[in-house]
Design a protein around this ligand. Structure first.
Ligand code: KIV
Ligand code: NA
Length: 264
């Protein structure tokens, strides 16, 4: 089977077909989500919080993300794989952005890259697109700027909607193939989705985007204390806790391993 490519996502927008996206940071999750039919997988810089245990996405580096990218690409067959450029790897200049995108393509084996920001990073998006690399934008709440934005907050309420709209349009004009809308009022996302020709991918952005993304650990209930925009489809935290406790009890009680698990 062939990989999903950008024109297929654009065709889905034209047909009004919604599609799901998930993060993945390793082999098994990539294999499972790919086989489940998720067409786009993102190695998010949210690996900072969900793999490396950092408090924010700010400290995670290109060198920390590239091995995760390689594993997700190697373990998937059909999905379009997007690598997320971390804080500090593209803000300096369009040239820096292009150099980082090239590393993600050559050393991460990904098929596209994502970066945060609208109007202010349009030159970066354009430089990467001009080199033949598909770029996914990300506007609204942008976690790499959480210190500047004053924490996790909905962006684009009231008159601030104009800025989010301008950012989304700037991303499209710069040549991005899709744009993530994070923590944006549903009414604003609906308007952006109607105005843009590229697909919008919501997270905390209401029901009217062209696509939806979640961090996989949130989607399956691995992380505690998820925000209201998350829906949990499993209790993986409970499942793993019970498994670890049962295993521990067996070892301590001498009921595992038995002769069945032994070589003679
Ligand atoms: O890093 C990430 O997981 C993301 C998605 C939530 C869009 O940027
Ligand atoms: Na991200």
């Amino acid at each position: 089977a062939k990989r999903v490519r950008v024109p297929a996502l654009h065709a889905m927008k034209e047909r009004g077909e919604r599609w799901p996206m998930l993060t993945a940071y390793d082999m098994y999750t990539a294999e499972i989500f790919d086989a489940a039919g998720i067409p786009v997988l993102l190695i998010g810089d949210s690996a900072a919080n969900n793999v490396y245990g950092y408090e924010t996405t700010v400290p995670v580096t290109v060198d920390e993300l590239l091995p995760l990218c390689r594993s997700v690409v190697a373990a998937s067959k059909r999905a379009l794989i997007v690598g997320d450029l971390p804080f500090g790897s593209y803000q300096v200049s369009p040239q820096q952005a292009l150099e980082t995108a090239i590393r993600f393509m050559k050393e991460g084996n990904v098929h596209a890259v994502k970066l945060e920001g609208g109007v202010r990073v349009a030159p970066q998006i354009q430089a990467i697109v001009d080199a033949g690399v598909p770029v996914m934008g990300h506007v609204g709440f942008t976690p790499q700027s959480e210190h500047g934005l004053g924490g996790y907050r909905v962006q684009g309420r009231g008159s601030a909607a104009e800025q989010v709209l301008a950012d989304a349009h700037a991303v499209q004009e710069a040549g991005a193939f899709a744009v993530v809308l994070e923590m944006v009022p549903a009414e604003v996302s609906k308007q952006i989705t109607a105005e843009l020709s590229i697909p919008t991918i919501g997270i905390g952005a209401g029901p009217d985007c062209d696509a939806q993304v979640l961090v996989w650990q949130d989607m399956v209930g691995l992380r505690e204390g998820t925000p209201r925009f998350v829906k949990r489809y499993a209790d993986m935290r409970g499942v793993l806790t019970e498994a670890a406790k049962a295993y521990a009890a067996d070892v301590v009680g001498g009921t595992f391993p038995t002769h069945e698990h032994s070589y003679h």
